[in-house]
Write a protein that binds this ligand. Structure first.
Ligand code: SF4
Length: 114
């Protein structure tokens, strides 16, 4: 088993930002893997998962890893453009920085409510 990486130990890891995927909503299209293949990878189930700083696939659904600072832009782009809205770029306290489900515009929400 890999030793957890302490973000404070490496200048290349964001001390605050981490990323996870909600596999229940992953479409398996692979956009994230194209953006940041050292952070995102498919498992044998055809869904995307995150990889830790040692490149080890975290096959437990919903596992988060610390974002490598040099890849922050790529990870943010993947989160913002993920068609399943299932990549969550979050601060350590769980506050969403980018990605996740898109908020419905107020007008659309009213229309949906009938
Ligand atoms: S971009 Fe989103 S939906 Fe597509 S494979 Fe990655 S996590 Fe899944």
């Amino acid at each position: 088993m890999a030793t957890p990486v302490n973000p404070g130990d490496s200048p290349d890891l964001s001390p605050d930002l981490r990323v996870r995927i909600d596999q229940d909503s992953c479409t398996g299209d692979g956009l994230c893997v194209q953006y940041a293949p050292s952070v995102f990878e498919f498992d044998i189930d055809g869904l995307a998962y995150v990889k830790n700083a040692d490149g080890e696939l975290q096959s437990e659904p919903g596992t988060h890893v610390v974002v490598p600072l040099p890849l922050l832009t790529e990870v943010r782009d993947a989160a913002e453009q993920c068609p399943g809205f299932c990549i969550y770029l979050e601060h350590a306290d769980g506050t969403l920085e980018a990605g996740g489900p898109q908020e419905e515009p107020a007008e659309q929400a009213r229309a949906d409510a009938g």
